[in-house]
Design a protein around this ligand. Structure first.
Ligand code: ZN
Length: 968
């Protein structure tokens, strides 16, 4: 379209502008870029093409042409984003970066994105920049705020209005209306959480510019009715690693079939994809920054930008829906999504869909920070290439069918997709969402207030009225940590200053009380009561239980007695710390094992001292000490060291004149190694996180370290955490055909090489490495495998006699399921992130220390393994049968006592085929042992109550190695 904007009618209706602009694309594809199957761009033969700017905007010179050139098909764009408005004072992305957003083969890193954000802020009063955090590697995390001048002048008042709407206890509905009159909603976009989904940063930078300078009516309305918040690089560590990786390995490569691995092995110090599974625990700096932002601004929407589904999926889940989210939120996110589908479909953009993604039951994701706190959490899965280059793509039949939720399907056959296409979709969708929000600003504010009001009123009007948490139970430190986790979510917790007597029972002074007449009552109920995912609810996207008491192995008691409101409480503003101590004056010390997780850290802090662990219960000075209790013999200097450890780790020790007469074993702190395969660092990142939080020294063991062998010279215990890898991938790693693939800090790749580096991350451990692991164990090493990692010893034959049975699904095949995919699976054993019962078969095994004989753990989908046999049939013949069962190595099995329901929280399917199978095996191999978990006891810093099982295996490594099979 070559018509200059001034020749158009003064204010053309949007539909006409749409047609005019679309017409620019409808002629022969002379101007639009044509992409050959090789992906190589061909220069347009007629340079006259340009989309009309929407009046009164004037298009920046060349912008429409550049955008058209880099959009692979006209229908993959919209009039809203087909030009960049010109400004004489504010730098456009092109003027700043020398290219349009989404230009092929280019990506901005965090520093460049922030420099642009600050250049915008310096050039216009409509943009401000704030620092909301620092990443683990020290990078800034930045927030942009964009509105008209009036909005920007009153940001503090607008924030105060939102804070008051968030707490209806201090705001009557009539007063709320007056606040709503003067307020406007904040709408927050989160970009670059998943690092290989690269298009969102480019999209929101151009969006920020457009919002700041465009004078077209829709944008003015957005600017005057909303404040748009943009976090352009929410995970800057990952962004910078990905950008370095792109320029080192992907730039210029346009053949999808021959692309090398598209992401570096790390996206942050600890997490990879799981950085988006941190809403409940807030462990990563990225999540903490967004959480801080939320409670500072109270945006009505957190909108998280991802890439995967063609061509744009606006999330809201297929159901079931979580009953602890206010129903208004579900209507709101459906309305927003349908508005986007309708608008973008109306603009002629194919493949915009909703509904068919996730379930709407679990809110553990970044956007869930909003959903769990009475705002709206939502997001996009936009189509992306995982690279900034243009690729030829094709979709499967079930991605291109016409459905009610996908009214204009994506293209069939092959088509080219560019980085600019991703920007066009993201930005058009974002503008549709903002347009809707601006038009409905008062409704969104009123809904936000109403949801908060409902949540508070429920706690006033409906039982339970409070949860009570006794301070003196099991692991008292873990009680403090649970309270700390609630406080981090702005759930109010008080502590009783006197005994409380209720119809439900008596609670001593010092009991923690979560009164439910508070605005975040719904979230408190969701976290503190069991989940009941419906059996016919279809395949969940991720976990179906997040009940904190089950994760922490603590009792949290609801009360239906309203008199709890009369209890005198001290409100807590920080995680409590109950310091332990040492009593008595004798030279020998004892520590009663009540399941304290802190024993693990204590042992390493006391590494210089001798510690023995009791193998059965004993009594001393009238106190009964269960198995697992510590006996610390008289030795120089140990007293002050114990005082220090007791205080900081909340442990209570007593002294005796002489050691008790009880069987005990020495428990030297082992040299611990943690193997992190280059092919999957994600779940083991959480293992490293848990170890680091507890200040446990360990050796980071890379694939090449295992290939090099002599493991026994460096470590005593090899911990191999859960990996989402099949066995061939566990052994052979990243394909050698991509090698050598250095992951190192260099001048060209300054962000690579942390937290570990390698001259070549391909090739895995190989058969050599597998042999070295076997040698390590046979020479007397202890290997501990968690989750899918247990495939390696069992199915590669390091241990013998255990068969993998059909009927289970490995973790790597679960998740992300659609409703349709779930239907056929009802007979398959599935525990997709649920709390289920277990029982110790060997209740005196060191792994059982601190636990009752019948307990429960958190389990995801893992393979099913049989009870070991003496031998397994190796060939078919009439007499070659399986050997007899050999259950001696079964430490724990699935299922509790008779009559107990298997599921504690969540849901299970086909559990009859799981109950009675081994949950933990301790199998001797040569002089060593392998301890095998059929679940992941070190999971996302959530299942703290399961951690001790692993810590027990590590602390008692010598006892485990010394035991003859079945003798422990
Ligand atoms: Zn993602």
């Amino acid at each position: 379209m070559s018509t200059p904007p001034s020749k158009l009618p003064l204010k053309p209706p949007a539909w006409l502008v749409g047609l005019l602009c679309a017409a620019a694309f409808l002629g022969p594809r002379a101007g639009a870029q044509s992409i050959q199957p090789s992906g190589e761009a061909v220069a347009p033969s007629a340079p006259s093409i340009a989309a009309a700017a929407i009046l009164p905007d004037v298009a920046e010179s060349q912008s429409a042409l550049d955008i058209a050139k880099n959009t692979t098909e006209p229908r993959f764009s919209s009039p809203w984003v087909s030009y960049v408005p010109a400004s004489s004072t504010v730098p456009s992305p092109t003027r700043f970066f020398g290219r349009i957003a989404g230009a092929p083969g280019e990506l901005v890193n965090a520093e460049q994105a922030y420099a642009y954000a600050r250049a915008l802020a310096a050039a216009t009063p409509r943009v401000k920049v704030f620092t909301i955090g620092r990443s683990e590697e020290g990078r800034e995390i930045v927030l942009m705020a964009i509105a008209d001048e009036r909005g920007m002048q009153h940001l503090d008042e607008l924030k105060a209005s939102m804070a008051s709407l968030a707490d209806p206890r201090t705001l009557e509905p009539s007063a709320a209306e007056r606040v709503i009159d003067a307020a406007r909603p904040f709408y927050y976009f989160n970009a670059a959480l998943h690092s290989d989904e690269t298009g969102s940063t480019e999209s929101v930078l151009e969006l920020a510019y457009r919002l700041a300078v465009s004078e077209q009516p829709m944008i003015r309305r957005i600017r005057e009715n909303l404040v748009v918040l943009i976090n352009p690089v929410s995970n800057p560590d990952g962004r910078d690693k990905q950008v370095d990786w792109f320029y080192r390995y992907l730039k210029g490569k346009t053949h999808r079939e021959t692309l090398p691995r598209q992401a570096p092995p790390y996206w942050s110090k600890y997490a990879f994809v799981d950085i988006n599974r941190d809403a409940h625990q807030l462990t990563h700096e990225t999540t903490k920054a967004v959480s801080r932002m939320f409670f500072d601004w109270h945006p009505v929407v957190i909108h998280d930008l991802h890439e995967s589904v063609a061509l744009l999926m606006t999330w809201n889940g297929t159901g079931p829906y979580n009953p602890n989210i206010d129903p208004i939120a579900y209507s709101e996110f459906q309305a927003l999504s349908f508005h986007e589908v309708e608008t973008m479909t109306g603009l002629g953009m194919p493949g915009v869909s909703t509904w068919n993604f996730g379930e709407g039951y679990s809110f553990m994701f970044m956007d869930s920070i909003a959903m769990n706190h009475n705002a709206i959490g939502r997001g996009y899965e936009t189509f992306g290439n995982g690279t900034a280059e243009t690729l030829v793509q094709s979709l499967s039949a079930d991605e291109t069918s016409r459905e009610w939720y996908r009214v204009l399907p994506p293209p069939t056959g092959t088509f080219s997709w560019s980085a600019r296409d991703t920007v066009n979709y993201n930005e058009t969708g974002a503008l549709a969402a903002l347009d809707y929000s601006a038009a409905n600003a008062k409704m969104l504010l009123r809904d936000f207030y109403t949801k908060s009001l409902h949540s508070w009123r429920k706690g006033l009007d409906e039982a339970p009225y409070a949860f009570l948490i006794r301070a003196d139970q099991g692991d008292p430190k873990r009680v403090d940590q649970l309270v700390g986790r609630l406080l981090a979510q702005h759930i109010e917790v008080g502590r009783s200053v006197a005994d409380i007597v209720l119809a439900d029972g008596a609670f001593p002074k010092g009991t923690y009380v979560v009164r439910l007449d508070q605005p975040y009552r719904n979230y408190a109920v969701d976290l503190l009561q069991p989940q009941h995912y419906p059996k016919d609810g279809g395949e969940p996207y991720d976990d179906v239980s997040w009940e904190l008491p089950a994760y922490y192995h603590l009792e949290v008691e609801p009360t239906a007695d309203r008199r709890i409101r009369d209890a005198s409480l001290t409100r807590l503003d920080a995680e409590p710390h109950r310091a332990g101590g040492v009593t008595g004056t004798g030279p020998v010390f004892v520590l009663k094992d009540t399941g304290q997780e802190g024993l693990f850290e204590a042992r390493y802090r006391l590494a210089r001292y001798r510690v023995n662990i009791a193998e059965s219960a004993f009594t001393a000075r009238g106190v009964t000490y269960p198995q697992g209790s510590w006996i610390i013999p008289a030795q120089a200097g140990v007293g002050p060291a114990l005082e220090d450890v007791a205080k900081s780790l909340d442990l209570d020790l007593a002294s005796l004149d002489s050691p008790p007469a009880v069987p005990m074993h020495a428990a030297r702190a082992p040299r611990l190694g943690v193997w992190v395969p280059w092919a999957d660092t994600d779940s083991i990142g959480w293992v490293r996180y848990s170890l680091d939080q507890r200040h446990i020294p360990y050796t980071y063991v890379r694939d090449e370290d295992i290939r090099a062998g002599h493991l026994q010279d460096k470590i005593d215990v090899l911990l191999y955490g859960h990996v989402d890898l099949e066995m061939a991938e566990q052994i052979q790693g990243i394909p050698r055909t991509w090698g050598p693939m250095p992951y190192m800090k260099t001048a060209q790749t300054p962000s690579l090489g942390t937290p570990a580096s390698s001259a070549d991350i391909t090739g895995g451990i190989g058969w050599t490495g597998l042999g070295n692991i076997q040698e390590f164990i046979e020479r007397g090493g202890l290997m501990i495998t968690l989750g899918n990692a247990s495939m390696l010893p069992i199915e590669a034959g390091i241990v013998r006699g255990v068969r993998r049975d059909s009927g289970g699904v490995p973790r790597s095949s679960a998740g992300g399921g659609t409703a349709a995919a779930a239907a056929a699976q009802d007979s398959v054993t599935r525990t997709p992130g649920v709390h289920v019962r277990v029982s110790f078969v060997r209740a005196t095994h060191p792994i059982a220390y601190g636990y009752p004989p019948s307990s429960y753990v958190f389990r995801q989908n893992f393979a099913l393994y049989s009870t070991p046999r003496r031998w397994l049939r190796m060939a078919y013949c009439t007499t070659c049968l399986d050997g007899p069962l050999d259950p001696r190595s079964v430490v724990m099995q699935w299922g509790g006592s008779a009559g107990e329901p298997f599921v504690v929280s969540g849901q299970a399917w086909g559990e009859d085929n799981l109950i009675g199978r081994p949950a933990i095996l301790d199998m001797p191999v040569g002089l060593g042992h392998v301890v095998i978990f059929n679940f992941n006891p070190l999971y996302r810093d959530m299942n703290r109550g399961d951690h001790r099982l692993v810590w027990n295996a590590i602390l008692n490594w010598q006892a485990i190695l010394a035991a003859h099979q079945g003798g422990a």
